[in-house]
Design a protein around this ligand. Structure first.
Ligand code: ADP
Ligand code: MG
Length: 282
């Protein structure tokens, strides 16, 4: 089996906030198997993005350890591809140029880059849009470019933080199916964060439910949908309703503790560079 496993071992994360401190994560232990697609749901502000930032190496745990393929995470690296909710494309580059970005960071020779990047644009259904700039693309297309970019440098692990949350329902459904197709073709380990219960059940082999802040793993639910490979939409199967209800039940008490509205942050180009592990470019 390809891909790398991910392990959180009693991980906590504390932020200093003004004069005090915020405990975002408190003793998170979680194993994601090599090649698994795990979804994570939890109330707003419970530390989902923090979990992903830790894996991406953008921030360090205050306690505990997290490992990928048995090695502790030490900063960003090209073994991980990250897709954020905001498209995080470089506006001055074409779709093709954006996909080439990670290939440059990886040192792929110029002559090979364009061809490789074209292949990945094709994989996400964007052949014919290589020369378009981000402002000439729809939201769904921009997110496809972001996915193509994260796949292009062939990371072992894909980290996705609510990547479809800003899209219309139809585009979201299409991209969910595309992700499942790509995942089954590439065998990558995927950690997919969402606040959508249906999305979590539809995509995940397992769904990890987090508590309200400080985030802890409340429950990990195995999802076994019999209609995955059939022509019938698994969402209309009775089993789907069963799992949806289980996740909802686990979340219900946590969500009722919620106060503040969801924090949505833009991802500036600098953060993208940090993720790719390069200091500057262009
Ligand atoms: P989620 O993605 O589940 O909505 P986050 O991981 O973004 O939650 O945030 C978890 C908690 O940590 C929130 O209370 C948030 O305000 C706080 N937090 C996140 N990043 C920082 C930071 N850099 N500095 C201070 N507090 C932070
Ligand atoms: Mg978040």
């Amino acid at each position: 089996m390809s891909g790398s496993g991910i392990r959180f071992d009693n991980v906590s994360k504390r932020f200093s906030a003004g004069s005090g401190e915020v405990l975002a994560l408190d003793g998170v232990s979680l194993d994601i198997r090599p090649g698994e697609l795990m979804t994570v749901v939890g109330p707003s502000g419970c530390g989902k993005s923090t979990l992903l930032d830790l894996l991406a190496g953008l921030t360090e745990p205050s306690g505990g350890e997290l490992t990928i393929n048995g090695s502790p995470v030490r900063g960003p690296g090209l073994d991980r591809g990250v897709v954020f909710q905001q498209y995080a494309l470089l506006p001055w580059r074409t779709a093709l140029g954006n996909v080439e970005f990670g290939l440059e960071a990886k040192g792929v020779p110029r002559r090979d880059r364009a061809e490789l990047a074209r292949g990945y644009l094709e994989l996400v259904g964007l052949d014919g849009f290589a020369k378009r700039y981000p402002h000439e693309l729809s939201g769904g297309m921009k997110q496809r470019v972001a996915i193509a970019r994260s796949l292009a440098f062939d990371p072992e692990v894909l980290l996705m933080d609510e990547p479809f949350a800003a899209l219309d329902p139809q585009t979201r459904d299409t991209l969910q199916d595309e992700l499942l197709r790509i995942w089954s073709r590439t065998g990558k380990t995927v950690l997919f964060i969402t606040h959508g219960i249906e999305e979590a059940v539809y995509l995940g082999q397992r769904v990890a439910v987090l508590t309200a802040r400080p985030g802890r793993v409340k429950e990990v639910i195995d999802v076994d949908l019999p209609h995955r490979d059939a022509r019938e939409d698994p969402r209309s199967a009775p089993e789907f309703g069963h799992y949806r209800h289980r996740v909802w039940s686990a979340l219900r008490d946590e969500v009722s503790q919620l106060g503040a509205s969801e924090r949505r942050t833009e991802v500036p180009a600098q953060r993208l560079r940090e993720v790719a592990g390069v200091g500057h470019h262009d």
